[in-house]
Design a protein around this ligand. Structure first.
Ligand code: ADP
Length: 231
């Protein structure tokens, strides 16, 4: 699903964000990408989403060399992925239903399809009955579920969660991980980027640790220990 082959990224300012990073994430995996602030996690995500291209090396996502995608191909490419951003990025003037529907309307999905799909994904994330609520009427955890529903609306092959627990309390972040685990169990690849060791320790998944843009460790599911988590 995702292959980084000797990927380095130097920003025009001269910052080296990634340095000779090589790794593979297979279809259907659940992977944590762990690293402290400045380690290169956001840059890693931006490469997957084709918001940035490598300075050297190759990034392959869902069979595409991201650097070779043509401009008009990028929106279609991104639609294969669902992203849950740390700050949710919900539209405050739209209900939960319309926030999710919006993602379909902008891609001209017929209204009939939207009427079927939106209640289905809202139910999937445990928000049946909350469709008419506005973001400010929802708890942080519920807002994040709306963001997850929106990420799922195009039936993506890959879900990327960027620091998904940043704005919610530990109990809710636990619930969010359980939802992501359920999503993964139906075959969707899940990549969770985080700096939180506690989260990684509670869920026994593969952990890729990035430090100073390098691959610090890559630990198979169930084998991550405190020792690996020193960064
Ligand atoms: P993380 O998400 O792990 O905090 P980042 O990928 O944001 O790490 O940053 C890695 C390094 O790249 C840092 O040194 C950061 O300052 C630098 N960096 C990130 N984005 C940019 C940018 N747009 N321009 C210049 N430097 C950047």
């Amino acid at each position: 699903m995702i292959t980084f082959d000797h990927v380095s990224k130097t920003y025009p300012s001269g910052n080296h964000a990634l340095d000779d990073l090589s790794l593979t994430i297979d279809k259907g995996e659940f992977v944590f990408v762990l690293g402290r602030s400045g380690a290169g996690k956001s840059t890693f995500l931006k490469m997957i989403l084709r918001e940035e291209v490598p300075t050297s090396g190759t990034v392959m996502v869902a069979g595409h060399d991201v650097a070779k995608l043509k401009k008009h191909e990028i929106p279609y490419f991104r639609r294969q992925m669902g992203v849950v951003f740390q700050d949710f990025r919900l539209i405050p003037t739209l209900t939960a239903y319309d926030n999710v529907a919006f993602a379909m309307r902008v891609t001209n999905v017929p209204e009939k399809k939207i009427k079927e799909r939106v209640p289905y994904v809202l139910e999937l994330v445990g928000l049946a009955g909350k469709g008419n609520s506005y973001p400010d009427e929802l708890s942080g955890g519920e807002q994040q579920r709306v963001a997850l529903a929106r990420a799922l609306v195009h039936t993506p092959q890959l879900i990327i969660a960027d620091e998904p627990t940043g704005n919610i309390d530990p109990e809710l972040s636990f619930e969010m991980m359980e939802l992501l685990t359920a999503i993964n169990s139906v075959g969707i690849t899940v990549v969770v980027v985080t700096h939180e060791h506690e989260l990684v320790h509670r869920f026994h998944q593969r952990v890729i640790t990035i430090d100073h843009g390098h691959l610090y460790s890559d630990t198979p599911a169930g084998e991550f220990t405190r020792k690996e988590g020193i960064v």
